[in-house]
Design a binder for this molecule. Structure first.
Ligand SMILES: *[C@@H]1O[C@H](CO)[C@@H](O)[C@H](O)[C@H]1NC(C)=O
Ligand SMILES: *[C@@H]1O[C@H](CO)[C@@H](O)[C@H](O)[C@H]1NC(C)=O
Ligand SMILES: *[C@@H]1O[C@H](CO)[C@@H](O)[C@H](O)[C@H]1NC(C)=O
Ligand SMILES: *[C@@H]1O[C@H](CO)[C@@H](O)[C@H](O)[C@H]1NC(C)=O
Ligand SMILES: *[C@@H]1O[C@H](CO)[C@@H](O)[C@H](O)[C@H]1NC(C)=O
Length: 519
């Protein structure tokens, strides 16, 4: 989605007046011929919402049956103009009730966390700032709603529970990472913050696309492991939900990988509409998943406690899922390649005090970090000094980034962009544009579907961390050695893969690269 050309022309005007609307809207008639919207988004069908501007109001189609109608005039348009079921919201709003963590994070990113007056259950909130606001009695969870007025608008994320009085924010994985992120533009509209939202979107997506371009650069140079296919799952101890949705497909492709396709051996859930691209399968069964997954990303909430006042001692670590208990707790047993190789990563690195992790909240709001995390699994040493935001190895149960209750962590007005804490990312020289990274599952036209999974090549017994790293050391030099050693706890040595060898590997003639030196 681009701003219309009008945006550029009105940027200064908008920021000088610190308003997104032309003066006089409040008292205008709903059908005033005057155009009061200074900043407009061009409708773009490939994005999650479609706005149509009309004088004093904008109708927004948001994958619900009816329009969300934002009006800057006190007088709202009649339903005869916008539909019987329209949800009217006078903008700018002052207060919001937010049930889903993804929207909570986006609103915090916009510097508007103080507008969040109500949330759902405390145990589910993973944002430190918002939990801090709860502690300070500025935000109230559902058990304390009586202590605050109803908010101007309510956002929720449960696709299955349709509610015409609330605004639905889809976050079920059905959209590609940079399409999903565009919801920040939608949310910005409620405060007339199109400009800020647009800037955040541009920065995060540039960071994402730069990483994707650098991966493509390594692929071109033959320095990226081919066939390091992954599976993203959630376990309930008996069954696995395997994600094959657009969000994961695009993320995996941009990380230089592919999802293992389980669709022939698994079934779609009954509620396939709320979970598009999800598959359900027996956990403890030989399957294409157990055989072909080079790495498993497990997003289960293994340890969440719902009680509100539970005090978890982060420092002493309550038992976390680790190498010893993973096979049993996931229900998968030890037969899966990725489990034998300890190539399992949990998305519970950043968790709140109720031990709920923030991956499906902040991961969707920061797809650039989700991508960098995945890359760090597939290509250790890619970003020297990078610390993952969400993922940790089953070998590192003590790796934890506690989300406490601290309103000092709220994004402050004017610091929305610096709070993203972006490091500079240098685009490869050939990369003049970003192609469709983040939006399309094959942005660079390298459809890897004919490449065999490394898991099938690997000798499944006795592979060590050194070998895991060994597949990816093509470009590791100097200081990066230390990083990869830190990641895997072993030393690997630099090896250059000859073109011939790579070719033979592609053709399946060779085993996965032989072990490097272990220390
Ligand atoms: C719509 O968005 C897509 C994805 O960001 C982009 O490729 C396309 O050019 C946009 N179309 C218009 C008409 O802006
Ligand atoms: C704007 O609203 C008027 C009615 O007030 C209608 O005639 C017109 O078609 C609308 N324009 C758009 C672009 O929807
Ligand atoms: C918040 O309200 C509770 C009572 O509901 C009170 O015990 C607590 O001291 C208040 N906290 C602050 C920071 O005012
Ligand atoms: C929005 O909510 C505030 C309280 O948070 C309230 O004072 C105000 O009247 C509400 N505005 C509308 C238009 O409902
Ligand atoms: C997975 O395989 C099925 C056929 O078995 C195919 O229809 C589907 O498109 C594949 N999914 C992906 C993401 O490649």
């Amino acid at each position: 989605m681009r701003f219309s050309t009008q945006f550029a022309a009105t940027t200064l005007l908008a920021s000088a007046a610190h308003a997104a609307w032309k003066e006089g809207c409040k008292s205008a008639k709903w059908d005033s011929q005057e155009d009061f919207w200074l900043n407009k988004y061009e409708p773009n069908e490939s994005l999650p919402f479609v706005p149509t501007y009309n004088g004093t109001y904008v109708t927004i189609r948001n994958r619900q049956r009816r329009y969300v109608v934002l009006h800057c005039s006190d007088e709202r348009p009649p339903t005869s103009a916008v539909g019987e079921e329209a949800l009217f919201v006078k903008v700018p709003i002052e207060s919001v009730e937010v049930h889903d963590g993804f929207t909570q994070d986006l609103i915090d990113m916009l510097g508007m966390s103080s507008a969040i007056k109500r949330t759902g259950a405390y145990a589910d909130v993973t944002n430190s700032c918002i939990r801090g606001n709860m502690l300070a009695n500025r935000t109230f969870d559902e058990s304390k709603w009586d202590q605050t007025e109803p908010a101007n608008v309510t956002f929720y994320g449960n696709v299955a529970a349709s509610d015409p009085k609330k605004v639905l924010i889809y976050s079920n994985g059905g959209q590609a990472p940079l399409v999903q992120l565009a919801y920040i533009k939608f949310l910005g509209m409620f405060w007339g913050m199109e400009e800020t939202a647009n800037e955040i979107y541009s920065k995060v997506s540039a960071n994402y696309r730069c990483a994707a371009a650098r991966i493509e650069d390594l692929v071109i140079k033959n320095e990226f492991p081919k066939g390091a296919w992954i599976s993203a799952i959630q376990s309930n101890g008996k069954e696995l939900t395997v994600f094959q949705n657009d969000w994961w497909n695009v993320l995996a492709a941009d990380a230089g990988s592919n999802l293992v396709n389980v669709s022939s051996e698994a079934k779609a859930p009954e509620d396939a509409w709320s979970a598009p691209g999800a598959y359900i399968m027996d956990a403890n069964k030989e399957s294409v998943l157990s055989k072909e997954s080079f790495a498993i990303i497990d997003t289960s909430y293994y340890d969440q406690v719902k009680e509100k006042n539970v005090v978890i001692n982060f420092e002493n670590n309550s038992p976390r899922v680790d190498v010893k208990n993973y096979a049993q707790r996931s229900g998968m047993g030890i037969s899966a390649f990725a489990i034998k190789e300890k190539n399992v990563y949990l998305s519970d690195k950043a968790t709140n005090r109720n031990l709920r992790h923030n991956f499906f909240d902040r991961g969707l709001a920061r797809p650039d970090l989700a991508l960098l995390d995945l890359i760090s699994v597939l290509k250790p040493g890619f970003n020297s000094g990078y610390t993952t935001a969400f993922l940790r190895s089953i070998e590192k149960p003590d790796e934890m980034d506690p989300q406490r209750s601290m309103d000092s962590q709220c994004v402050k007005k004017g610091e929305e962009v610096s709070s993203l804490k972006l490091n500079e990312c240098k685009l490869p020289e050939w990369a003049t544009g970003y192609h469709a990274a983040g939006v399309s599952a094959d942005a660079y036209g390298r459809n890897g579907k004919n490449v065999k999974s490394l898991a099938l090549d690997g000798k499944s017994s006795g592979l060590t961390g050194g070998q895991k790293a060994g597949i990816s050391v093509g470009s590791i030099v100097g200081g990066l050695l230390v990083i990869s050693a830190a990641v895997f706890g072993v030393m690997v040595c630099k090896r250059k893969r000859s073109t011939q060898k790579t070719k033979e590997m592609e053709e399946g003639k060779l085993d996965s690269p032989s072990p490097s030196i272990k220390v």
